[in-house]
Design a protein around this ligand. Structure first.
Ligand SMILES: Nc1nc2c(ncn2[C@@H]2O[C@H](COP(=O)(O)OP(=O)(O)OP(=O)(O)O)[C@@H](O)[C@H]2O)c(=O)[nH]1
Ligand SMILES: [Mg+2]
Length: 217
């Protein structure tokens, strides 16, 4: 009896992630909540990250690794390991915590520049939902200035300024921030190319709703 013809597998092969994005900033400023909001469309009180967590985002035909590093001081030695080979960095601070902004400039950016030649550094202010009842400690102008200073070779005629004010709680500007990065590296990345199926999914190798010691690196 003749065999039925093999059906062509329409699923594309998963490639090794070629783009690495690292999230950097002080503890409790909301890095993990940003990733959770983007990947899972949810907001919940996450636990402090241990070391670093990794998620894989599929953007069109591209796999993008997002590394969410721990901000707690005790992990400072190990987290810089995760900066290596990063193409882009999300440098986040809490707009109600001046020290977290100061530390980007004084601590994280110099280390990042030492270990990786990230082409894009996105400055991200977090917790904008609190603006109604709290006084911000870092102005928008200061954030913009740092974004300009951190990306001296960026063509601002071609690209929007890499500065975002965000809220993981409401979702404000979260998609825009991540997708600015993906579009920067893969313009039109979500358009189907060569008739191939366009996939938009994710793999998460860290569950922040559970004790993290067995999930994080
Ligand atoms: N109001 C408000 N609170 C937020 C927001 N994002 C985070 N938080 C709060 O800040 C806490 C810390 O957020 P995380 O995302 O765990 O902070 P982190 O920067 O990942 O901290 P580490 O993992 O220790 O480096 C959360 O549990 C929330 O209570 C936000 O957009 N709005
Ligand atoms: Mg975290």
């Amino acid at each position: 009896m003749s065999q039925p013809p093999l059906r062509k597998n329409k699923k594309r092969k998963r490639n090794a992630a070629v783009l690495k994005v690292v999230m950097i900033g002080d503890a409790s400023i909301g890095k993990t909540c940003l990733v959770v909001r983007y990947m899972e469309r949810e907001f919940y009180n996450s636990q402090s990250t241990i070391g670093a967590c990794f998620v894989l985002k599929t953007w069109g035909n591209h796999d993008i690794a997002i590394w969410d590093t721990a901000g707690e001081e005790k992990y400072a030695g190990m987290t810089t390991f995760y900066y290596r080979n990063a193409s882009a960095a999300i440098l986040a601070f809490d707009m109600f915590d001046r020290t977290s902004f100061y530390n980007l400039n004084q601590r994280y950016i110099p280390i990042l520049n030492d270990v990786a030649s990230a082409k894009l550094k996105v400055i991200v202010a977090t917790k904008s939902d609190l603006l109604d009842n709290h006084t911000r400690k870092v102005s928008k102008e200061e954030g913009i200035e740092l974004a300009k200073k951190s990306n001296p070779n960026l063509d601002f005629q071609k690209h929007a300024l890499p500065y975002f004010e965000t809220s993981a709680k409401t979702g404000y500007n979260v998609d825009q921030m991540f997708e600015y990065i993906f579009e920067f590296f893969y313009p039109g990345g979500l358009s189907p190319t060569t008739g191939e199926e366009t996939v938009n999914g994710n793999i998460r190798l860290c569950d922040t709703s559970k004790p993290l010691n067995t999930h994080c690196c």
